[in-house]
Design a binder for this molecule. Structure first.
Ligand SMILES: [Zn+2]
Length: 179
């Protein structure tokens, strides 16, 4: 499928009237805020986006975004590739949403002075919110797993099982000085 560039900004009312669907990309270098929070943005973000008016007349835009990033594993310190993936549903009809008490179903989108929404900012916010609090490899993939496991066998370190990551540095020193 052809990848179109997602527009930077769009009038959501006009887009909903036309029932616009987008399948496209946001180029990796357009995601500067996200890039500043990870090692790097590995590739363009793939975006699916639909604009429509729902049965109560609320203008809605919803979609999904997938974006690969490189982060540092908090356990072993090596770089790892992670696929950020998230879905969202927004509406600019803040008043209607409040009247119908649908706040839990939509995020509110602010319009700029041209009556447009900043699509890039919204989608980038969603990607940032989907970042893991602690990035780490799965147990099988992480080179530090074997080390942690071998340390678990040591009775002296049994009490550290509850929080092995914070203590890993200490344990490595301990292990090295013992060997
Ligand atoms: Zn790791």
């Amino acid at each position: 499928m052809q990848s179109v560039k997602i527009p930077l900004t769009i009038d959501p009312y006009r887009a909903a009237a036309k029932k616009l669907d987008y399948q496209g990309i946001i180029a990796a270098d357009g995601l500067e805020r996200l890039a500043s929070m990870v090692v790097s943005v590995a590739d363009d973000a793939q975006v699916n986006l639909s604009f429509y008016e729902d049965l109560s007349g609320i203008v809605v835009f919803e979609g999904t975004v997938v974006c690969p990033v490189i982060m540092e594993c908090q356990r072993c310190g090596e770089k790892m590739r992670l696929e950020l993936k998230t879905g969202f549903r927004y509406s600019p009809d803040i008043k209607k949403i409040e009247e119908l008490e649908l706040q839990d179903q939509y995020d509110c989108a602010d319009l700029n002075n041209l009556g447009e929404i900043d699509l890039y900012a919204i989608i980038e916010d969603e990607l940032i919110l989907s970042l893991p609090l602690i990035a780490k490899h799965s147990d099988e993939e992480c080179p530090a797993s074997d080390l942690i496991e071998s340390l678990y066998d040591n009775e002296d370190t049994a009490e550290l099982k509850h929080n092995p990551f914070a203590e890993l540095g200490e344990l490595i020193k301990h292990k090295n000085s013992n060997s």
